[in-house]
Design a protein around this ligand. Structure first.
Ligand code: TRP
Ligand code: ZN
Length: 482
């Protein structure tokens, strides 16, 4: 529910096989899984990845390695024009495959340079390449599209996708909003590199993930080219278009810092944003080597999107952030962005670590100890709002009750309490080993809750975690003992 985000204001269906040539003449070759020409005859890829919470998100049959997105946006008309060149590898012989795209008009699709047929149904864009794709082959799909991108309303009522602002727009993608502005394999299990070129009216800027490769102005329009080399989940891709004040610096270790702030938020943001280098150094000490090639922030101004988002390398804040939120979003770069959830059921791993990072930051910087925060949550007086204190126990973090609850207090706070219980069991040294080792073991990958519990057990083979998993991670209701 959006209201919980207070402290961050600041069926799977398969295609019927498509007979692509004369049914009679090809009947035998179809049985032999070859085309009439003797080539491979594939079958369609799946239209979803059976995510337990977002079953239509993502698609089967291929694995994307790179998105090359060329966009132009006219804020006055709220009009987006895009060309997406998607490089992917077929994981089976394919006669057709899907991309996720919600809204917008598709003007044309090619695969390997040849015109492809396509059809649309809801968020599913089905592409039928001229030639079937062979398992293991790398293929390039180009989608040309245009229109007014949509704001996506999630099962919990929160808004994502394309969000118009007073001076431009902001794209947010957690959990599924990226399909509002580019076609892709919209699930965290398929991470890829990105190049994004965005053309906007001169005077406005486009700020995205990764590093700014070029900025060129011609004929009253400016094009910004952003590059993300490290694997990125689609939900972490962003672009912010509008007026921004830019500050560039480097951390002590030489990491580029690129901060973009909406001018109306500049003064209120300054003190907290100045702490980015210090928070980065603390986070590297605590979580291990930073997984990306740059850092920073995008501070925009949004009326009703009240949550910040850990967009890769450059978190988005909907207004001037507070320090806790900055620490939280920076911690997500390790937990969530580098080690990404296998499915949306595993999102507590993101939020528990990012929340626990806030507790650790407080503990290391003269604030409350993590034990105190844990005790307040257990007693039920951590938040001024009684309903919020109670919601911590609504369902177990390892099994959110539905897609409408994946960002509820249990996922954040009770998730962090799971981590604290692990720390109590193994002691501080082993806990830090686990936090760093987990980030290292799955760096730039994906991991599930089962991977995590197995990892913890392997790190401390003499300890018994069964009650923690049963009561705190998977149990219904408030555990009887803190
Ligand atoms: N994951 C974001 C964070 O913790 C917050 C967030 C994203 C969120 N989408 C949401 C919060 C929807 C509430 C509702 O930084
Ligand atoms: Zn978070």
């Amino acid at each position: 529910m959006v209201s919980w985000a207070r402290h961050r204001i600041a069926h799977v269906y398969r295609f019927a096989p498509i007979a692509r040539a004369a049914a009679v003449g090809c009947a035998l070759s179809l049985l032999a899984l070859t085309g009439c020409d003797g080539g491979v005859r594939g079958t369609p890829g799946g239209s979803g990845l059976r995510d337990p919470y977002f079953p239509r998100a993502g698609n089967g049959g291929y694995d994307v390695s790179h998105y090359d997105l060329t966009l132009a946006y006219d804020p006055d008309r709220r009009h987006l024009t895009g060309t997406a060149v998607i490089t992917a590898r077929a994981t089976k012989d394919l006669s057709a495959f899907n991309l996720d795209l919600q809204g917008l008009e598709v003007r044309g699709v090619t695969v390997e340079g040849k015109t492809a047929r396509f059809s649309r149904a809801g968020q599913e864009l089905t592409v039928r390449p001229h030639d079937d794709l062979v398992k293991g082959e790398t293929f390039r799909t180009t989608v040309r599209y245009a229109g007014q991108p949509q704001t996506v309303v999630d099962p919990d009522g929160s808004k994502e996708g394309w969000l118009p602002t007073a001076d431009g727009a902001l794209a947010l993608g957690q959990p599924v909003g990226s399909m509002a502005w580019f076609p892709g394999n919209n699930h965290p299990s398929d991470k890829a590199a990105y190049d994004l070129s965005v053309t906007v009216p001169q005077g406005l800027r486009a700020v995205s993930n990764g590093e700014l490769r070029s900025e060129t102005t011609r004929g009253g329009r400016t094009t910004f080219h952003w590059h993300t080399a490290e694997p990125m989940a689609s939900y972490l891709a962003t672009v912010a278009i509008g007026r921004f004040e830019i500050t560039r610096s480097t951390t002590k270790s030489g990491l580029p810092v690129y901060v973009a702030v909406d001018p109306t938020q500049a003064e209120a943001s300054r003190a907290v944003l100045a702490k980015i280098p210090e928070v980065m150094e603390w986070a590297e000490d605590t979580f291990g080597p930073y997984p990306f090639s740059s850092t920073g922030a995008i501070v925009d101004r949004l009326k009703d999107t009240v949550y910040a988002l850990e967009t890769q390398s450059r978190p988005v804040y909907p207004g001037a952030p507070n320090l806790d939120t900055l620490v939280h979003e920076i911690a997500h770069q390790w937990y969530g962005n580098s080690v990404s959830p296998r499915s949306w059921r595993d999102v507590w791993l993101n939020e528990a670590f990012a929340t626990y990072a806030e507790w650790l930051w407080a503990e290391d910087n003269g604030g409350a100890g993590a034990q105190q925060t844990f005790d307040e949550l257990y007693r039920g007086d951590h938040y001024p709002d009684g309903a919020h204190n109670k919601a911590v126990w609504d369902f177990p973090p390892g099994r959110p009750s539905s897609a409408a609850h994946i960002f509820d207090p249990s996922v954040y706070d009770r998730g962090a309490m799971v981590l604290h219980k692990i720390r109590q069991t193994v002691g501080d040294d082993t806990f830090h080993d686990i936090a760093q080792g987990w980030a290292a073991a799955h760096r730039h990958g994906n991991a599930s809750t089962a991977d995590f519990t197995a990892y913890v057990e392997k790190k401390a083979p003499d300890k018994d975690f069964s009650k923690i998993w049963e009561d705190w991670l998977y149990g219904n209701g408030k555990p009887a003992h803190p």
